[in-house]
Design a protein around this ligand. Structure first.
Ligand code: ADP
Ligand code: MG
Ligand code: MG
Length: 253
């Protein structure tokens, strides 16, 4: 049983000159393994900033508040330590790496998180099984990391990492609206499998309600103006789908 706790988190982002702007203005959130939480909100409300802050992106300055995983101070950890502690942050490896195959990357990631290299034959078997379950073409394993990945391939790769790394808490920023329905279903099935395994807590960040037709979150949090302005169960996603974010934009201002 793992618990990610975010307490009164305030985050600013520097503009490179003298000024900096407060984006998160006191976020409180608790995610436990086995729970799926959706964070939804209008563009510019700070959803991705929350993900970057948890990930430890250097551009995002935590001015006050706390993030802990089972009581351990996440904010004091290096990015690698966060991964070893059981945090999975989907935007952690967005870069294209020509010459590094998906398979090599995955084996290194598994080695980093588990603390020892899996036997090659064992790992290959594990990877093939996971790819099978996600309907990923076997040739994908030999592709260069992130090079020319379509939106759907990026998302499949994300879920493939989840399958192999089995994190305690996964933060998925679904910034990509360009998923076709098949990709959306694969990703959703992956998320649902993790949610129901009881071993992983999922924090799904999304602007669009579309993915919530396939993923039923236990909790929905509405983000506006850098804070949570409304919370509820999955029925709240339906309200948002019908009514949009308009009334919350005022609440968060
Ligand atoms: P969302 O994901 O909800 O669309 P973001 O977290 O991306 O929102 O952005 C929230 C606000 O913070 C926006 O006003 C955005 O312009 C600003 N912001 C986010 N990241 C940066 C950055 N790296 N540099 C400057 N401003 C940023
Ligand atoms: Mg505060
Ligand atoms: Mg965003």
């Amino acid at each position: 049983m793992a618990t990610l706790e975010i307490r009164d988190l305030h985050v600013s982002v520097g503009d490179g000159s003298d000024g900096s702007k407060e984006i998160l203005r006191g976020v409180d959130l608790t995610v436990r393994s086995g729970e799926t939480h959706a964070i939804m909100g209008p563009n510019g409300s700070g959803k991705s900033t929350l993900a970057y802050a948890i990930a430890g992106h250097p551009k995002y300055d935590i001015t006050s508040g706390a993030v802990t995983l089972d009581g351990e101070d996440v904010l004091a950890m290096s990015v690698d330590e966060r991964a070893r502690a059981g945090l999975f942050l989907a935007m952690q490896y967005p870069v294209e790496v020509p010459g590094v195959s998906v398979s090599n990357f995955l084996r290194s990631a598994v080695t980093a998180v588990r603390g020892e290299a899996p036997k090659l034959r064992q790992f290959t078997k594990e990877m093939k099984a996971a790819m099978d379950a996600l309907a990923i073409d076997p040739a994908f394993a030999q592709r260069s990391l992130n090079e020319g990945f379509s939106g759907g391939e990026k998302k499949r790769h994300e879920i493939l990492q989840l399958e192999l790394l089995k994190p305690k808490i996964a933060v998925l920023d679904e910034t990509d609206s360009g998923l076709d329905v098949d990709a959306l279903k694969v990703v959703s099935e992956g998320i649902n499998r993790f949610g129901s395994s009881g071993e992983t807590g999922v924090l799904l960040i999304t602007h669009y309600t579309r993915i919530l037709r396939y993923v039923k979150p236990d909790f929905v949090h509405v983000f506006s103006g850098g804070r949570i302005v409304e919370q509820g169960g999955s029925e709240l996603a339906e309200v948002l789908e019908n009514e949009g974010y308009e009334k919350y934009v005022k609440a968060g201002a």
